[in-house]
Write a protein that binds this ligand. Structure first.
Ligand code: SF4
Length: 274
């Protein structure tokens, strides 16, 4: 029988890089770097699985596929027989990469916040060459993900630029297993320069109800505060209390059980989300 671990059934979000090839104005990453390497992330994973029955590791960023060891980390977690998923802006995904990971990834989430290139430009969702993820490319990637038998999630952050747009055609073309609507959240010290992109309660609710027939999963701000287990690029657990991030000592040097009691984790809000 498996030894009972201290914490049961947690999805752990590993934000192992702050690097991203896009510059979304509402982003919470600081576009720094990938401070730790593969060996360190393996140690962090070991320090987590010691104490946690991990339901899934979710790889996030920044742009997780921009880190040089992304594939090795996926392979490592897959080798531990723990499900792994990735949340990406989609720009570095290719059909062949998706196919090569068909038995390793349980889900690919793609963030899609605009229906056309002009809105992507307004949001900063473009790379250094001024390119965004086109709808045609997104549909091609979605087909590959479906063909590989991997679940597809689309995350959309509702903001001032997209709140009056119609996403029906895009969602119908991509056919995600789950379309999640989030509301732009302001975090002091990260995206507090982008207040002009915030939406009101009424605008967020109007966007969600206009798209109700697409059956989105709607997550309002109060649904997600402290409902995630987040590890930042330094290997520290984060919580979001009073609109500001707080962090624990690093999981490089501490077990999960030592530092987790320091974060404000709302188990009930977590259960509602997953
Ligand atoms: S794609 Fe994601 S990580 Fe990159 S800039 Fe946009 S919000 Fe930030």
């Amino acid at each position: 029988m498996n030894e009972m671990k201290q914490y049961q059934d947690l999805v752990i979000n590993l934000h192992y890089t702050d690097i991203c090839n896009y510059r979304c104005r509402f982003c919470h990453s600081r576009f720094g770097k990938t401070p730790l390497g593969l060996a360190e992330w393996k140690r962090i994973v070991a320090n987590i699985v010691k104490d946690v029955d991990v339901r899934r590791f979710n790889l996030a960023g920044g742009e997780p596929l921009a880190a040089p060891f992304a594939q090795e980390l996926i392979d490592h977690i897959h080798g531990l027989e723990i499900p792994v998923s990735v949340i990406t802006n989609g720009s570095l995904l290719t059909p062949s990469w998706i196919d090569a990971n068909r038995n390793k990834l349980s889900m690919i989430g793609i963030s899609v916040d605009a229906t056309d290139h002009a809105d992507n430009v307004r949001l900063g969702r473009i790379n250094g060459a001024g390119l965004s993820l086109t709808k045609e490319r997104l549909v091609e990637l979605a087909r590959s993900i479906h063909a590989a038998g991997i679940r597809l999630k689309i995350n959309t952050v509702v903001n001032r630029v997209n709140c009056h747009r119609d996403f029906h055609e895009l969602v119908e073309s991509v056919r995600p297993d789950r379309w999640k609507l989030l509301r732009m959240i302001r975090i002091e010290g990260t995206n507090d320069h982008a207040d002009d992109l915030l939406v009101s309660d009424a605008e967020f609710e109007a966007f969600a109800s206009r798209h109700a027939d697409c059956r989105p999963v709607v997550e309002n701000t109060e649904d997600i505060v402290n409902a995630y287990v987040v590890v930042n690029p330094m290997g520290r657990l984060l919580d979001n209390t009073g609109g500001r991030y707080r962090e624990t000592p690093s999981l490089l040097d501490h077990s999960f059980g030592e530092v987790f009691p320091e974060v404000a984790f709302d188990r009930r809000a977590y259960e509602r989300r997953y």
